[in-house]
Design a protein around this ligand. Structure first.
Ligand code: SAH
Length: 398
């Protein structure tokens, strides 16, 4: 096995169980050429053994640590145990039967760097985000099949981050039957149609499950007009309809997704003629609504990730500030705002500052009532703060 030697003074994050080793921390690779995905021993500058990792010279994150135990061999049994551990955590959460779509494996945060597995009824959908996982996916699929007996396992490795690992996008059926074009899953008792091949991420934004329920309670939305910005397939809208919202105005750039939202409303028995589905850029559409003098009682702002890399952070902050300023301006006195950022590079402290700026520009005083975060099937690993990526605030806009 190759040996990855760290530069002097770079052992600390490894000893603190952070799973990533960046190229800048590496002094040398010894023991011949190590190919993408292969295992390496990680040693300190003094030659002391520290961890076992899989390697990828093409990536900025050149190694992802799998074990800090010198006695651990990285064999099939290792991966089986990791997957079992991840599944056990979801057993504790007891999401079923009212929720049938949830995350089973949350990559680094479940000790399996680079692997995401989501469950949709009797189907599993996975994403191999790194070369280390991509090379082992056949084995991982067969373990998942053995542990969970799904009807089918779909690969949705069609994410941009694979490029950084020298991998192209791939999708397909890797085990069992292909799911029908659309399947209907349950989230907190509500039905949602999911396209496991074309939906965003693996199909749904599962990380917002709890926030949909928390924000869309009847005391917040009953009899009120709701503005649902970045609506996707209506996760918040369906919950708001169930809680008695009088009118829901959905905005998204994608007509297909808004059509999905409409179908999800129907599926749950909400035939509402007064709701609106507005296709277009939220920044423009909110300005239009504001200029038309429209007002709402509650707004949900759940944009896609604005900051993909560090360099994007300033522009992303300007985007968050602008969209939140507009949402605040569109709210009636004492209206409610649930606002989110899923940019891992923007922490909740910075997001709060951005909202402060938005509130000043909007000329409104804003009270945070409740911080919001990702659902518990997306656990945060303390040694890997990057796993805490979704943050939000439930606020009153005075
Ligand atoms: N709130 C949703 C998830 C939102 S995901 C839920 O609970 O399921 C982000 C959505 O924003 C996607 O549907 C995407 O199509 C949409 N989107 C991306 N950029 C946009 C823009 N500039 N204006 C409006 N919608 C946009």
């Amino acid at each position: 096995m190759g040996k990855l030697c760290l530069k002097k003074g770079r052992e600390k994050p490894v000893n603190n169980h952070h799973p990533w080793i960046f190229s800048g921390a590496i002094s040398d690779i010894v023991g011949g050429e190590v190919k993408p995905g292969e295992l390496v021993d990680v040693v300190g500058a003094n030659g002391k053994w520290l961890a076992k990792a899989y390697f990828n010279p093409l990536s900025q994150i050149q190694a992802r640590i799998l074990s800090w135990d010198p006695g651990q061999t990285i064999d099939e049994g290792f991966w089986r145990e990791k997957l079992k551990q991840a599944i056990e955590l979801r057993d504790i959460l007891q999401l079923e039967p009212s929720t049938t779509a949830y995350r089973l494996v949350n990559a680094e945060a479940d000790g399996i760097p680079g692997l995401v597995v989501d469950k949709y009824n009797t189907y599993l959908v996975f994403q191999a985000l790194t070369a280390g996982i991509d090379q082992r996916k056949e084995m991982l699929v067969s373990i998942l099949a053995e542990l969970l007996s799904p009807d089918g396992i779909v690969e949705r490795s069609d994410v941009n981050v694979r490029k950084k690992e020298g991998l192209s996008k791939v999708t397909g059926i890797r085990f069992g039957a292909s799911p029908p074009g659309n399947i209907t899953v349950l989230e907190n008792g509500q039905s949602f149609i999911v396209d496991l091949f074309r939906g965003h991420k693996t199909g749904l934004y599962l990380d917002q499950r709890e926030n949909r329920a928390t924000v869309c309670r009847s005391e917040n939305v009953a009899g009120r007009e709701l503005l649902n910005v970045f609506a996707y397939t209506g996760g918040f809208a369906v919950n708001a309809a169930a809680a008695g919202a009088s009118r829901i105005v959905n905005i998204d750039t994608s007509t297909t997704m808004l059509e999905g939202a409409r179908q999800n409303m129907m599926l749950n028995g909400w035939e509402r003629t007064h709701d609106e589905y507005i296709t277009g850029d939220a920044f423009l559409k909110l300005r239009q609504l504001r200029d038309e003098g429209r007002q709402f009682d509650i707004a949900i702002v759940d944009p896609p990730k604005f900051a993909q890399s560090k360099g994007d952070v300033p522009a992303a902050c300007r985007g968050y500030k602008d969209i939140n300023m507009l949402a605040m301006q569109l709210l009636r006195r004492n209206g409610l705002l649930a606002t989110f950022s899923c940019s891992g590079l923007i922490d909740s402290g910075l997001f709060q500052k951005v909202l402060f700026g938005a509130s000043i520009d909007a000329g409104r005083d804003v009270q945070i009532m409740r911080p919001l975060s990702q659902a518990p099937d997306h656990p945060v690993l303390l040694t890997f703060p990057e796993s805490s990526y979704l943050k939000g605030f439930f606020c009153r806009v005075c």
